[in-house]
Design a protein around this ligand. Structure first.
Ligand code: AMP
Ligand code: ZN
Length: 116
């Protein structure tokens, strides 16, 4: 996808603070962090959202989750972290290239969602 912002980051056309890269996945710090440590892991292949993912993406999605702990460890998150995938309008997804947020820091992050 030529005009997708995360595809551009993967291709190096937009600068990012890279955490990790291999042939299948790319990880970089969120430009507007909502926790002391906040980075994202994305597949290099363009997949709009988890809703759009299918059997073709099984390996790369598994790779992202299998790599999350190691990358979190590298960012000092030995005491735990939160993993978030926002999907679609209801999930408040802003960038339509599937990404896994990794959030953490020295203090607990609080409950998952605020009760109404
Ligand atoms: P989401 O709501 O899950 O789609 O979140 C998209 C995330 O991408 C937000 O947390 C943004 O701060 C982040 N973001 C948007 N543009 C960039 C960028 N150029 N570099 C790094 N993070 C970005
Ligand atoms: Zn993309």
């Amino acid at each position: 996808m030529s005009d997708c912002i995360f595809c551009k980051i993967v291709r190096g056309e937009i600068p990012s603070k890279k955490v990790y890269e291999d042939e299948d996945i790319f990880a970089f710090h969120d430009i507007n962090p909502i926790a002391p440590v906040h980075f994202m892991i994305v597949p290099k292949v363009h997949v709009a959202s988890l809703y759009d993912a299918g059997p073709d993406h099984q390996a790369v999605l598994g790779k992202i989750l299998a790599k999350a702990g190691e990358l979190a460890r590298g960012q000092g998150l030995a005491d735990g972290f939160r993993t978030i995938i926002n999907t679609g309008r209801i999930g408040h997804q802003e960038v339509y290239h599937l990404h896994v947020h990794i959030l953490g820091g020295p203090e607990p992050l609080g409950s998952m969602l605020k009760r109404k």
